[in-house]
Design a binder for this molecule. Structure first.
Ligand code: COA
Length: 204
C-alpha cells in the first residue's frame, strides 16, 4: 500500500528505512529535543521500531520526498475500527520542516483515510508551544477540541532559554514540577473538506 502526494510518497515503515533517521538533523529548539532521533544507536532504532510497529492497533509509515529520501515518518495509533477513529503522530527530519511537506503528507493520507478506508475521524495531541505543528494541522482541517496540562518531558529545562521564555505562557510550574498545555485536536470529513472550500474561496 502506497499513498502519493505531489512530492511525497507514504509507505509502511520498514526497519531498513528507519536506520536512515540517524542521518537526520537536530532541532536547536530545546522544547523540540524529544524529536531529535539521530542520537539513537542502531539497537535503539530497532527497539524504537519494534515498539512503534509491534501493536496491531498502530500503523507506521515512512515519508519519502521527490529524491526518495526518508524525510519523515507518521503513524496512526490506537486505531478503533468500531468507532472508525485513530490518533496521529508525525515527525519530520528538522532539515525538511517548514517546506509544506507536513501539510501535503497529512492531507494526502486523510484522502485515503476518509474516502478509501472510510474512517470517520482522527485525533492528535500537540503542545501549545508547537506553533508550526498547530498551523500545519489547522491547514489540514484539524480543530482544537480540548486543552489540558501534562507533565513536560524535560523537567530540567532551562527557564532562561529564549525558546522557553518566548513560550512561557504555555507552561505551568507547580509543586516543583514543569507542566505544559496540550491541545487535543480532531479532524472529520466535514472539517477536512472545509479547508478545501476555504482555499477555493480564497482563490475565487
Ligand atoms: C509538525 C511538522 C510535522 C509539520 O510539518 P511541516 O512540513 O514543518 O509543516 P508545513 O511546512 O506543511 O506547515 C507549517 C506551517 O506553519 C507555519 N509556521 C512555521 N513556524 C510557525 C510559527 N512559529 N508560528 C506560526 N506558524 C508557523 C508555516 O508558515 C506553515 O504555514 P503556512 O503554509 O500557512 O505558511 C514538522 O514541523 C515536524 O516534524 N516538527 C518536529 C516534530 C513535531 O513537532 N511533531 C509534531 C508533534 S505533535
Amino acid at each position: 500500500m502506497e499513498i502519493r502526494g505531489n512530492r511525497v510518497r507514504i509507505s509502511p515503515l520498514k526497519l531498513e528505512d528507519a536506520y536512515f533517521i540517524k542521518n537526520w538533523g537536530h532541532h536547536k529548539n530545546p522544547l523540540l529535543s524529544d524529536y531529535n532521533l539521530p542520537c539513537l544507536t542502531d539497537q535503539e532504532i530497532e527497539e524504537w521500531y519494534n515498539f512503534k510497529t509491534g501493536k496491531g492497533s498502530n500503523r507506521y509509515y515512512g515519508v519519502f520526498n521527490e529524491d526518495d529520501r526518508l524525510i519523515g515518518y507518521m503513524g496512526i495509533k490506537d486505531i478503533r475500527r468500531i468507532w472508525k477513529d485513530s490518533v496521529l503522530g508525525i515527525v519530520f527530519d528538522p532539515n525538511f520542516v517548514n517546506k509544506g511537506y507536513g501539510t501535503e503528507t497529512i492531507t494526502s493520507y486523510l484522502e485515503y483515510y476518509f474516502f478509501e478506508w472510510k474512517m470517520k475521524r482522527m485525533f492528535l495531541e500537540v503542545a501549545e508551544f508547537n506553533k508550526r505543528a498547530i498551523r500545519c494541522y489547522e491547514k489540514c482541517g484539524f480543530r482544537i477540541v480540548d486543552r489540558y496540562l501534562k507533565e513536560f518531558f524535560d523537567q530540567k529545562i532551562d527557564f532562561n532559554n529564549p525558546y522557553f521564555v518566548e513560550e512561557s505562557s504555555a507552561f505551568v510550574i507547580k509543586g516543583g514540577k514543569v507542566y505544559n498545555y496540550i491541545y487535543k485536536m480532531k479532524v472529520d470529513v466535514k472539517s477536512f473538506l472545509g479547508t478545501r472550500e476555504d482555499s477555493d474561496g480564497a482563490k475565487a
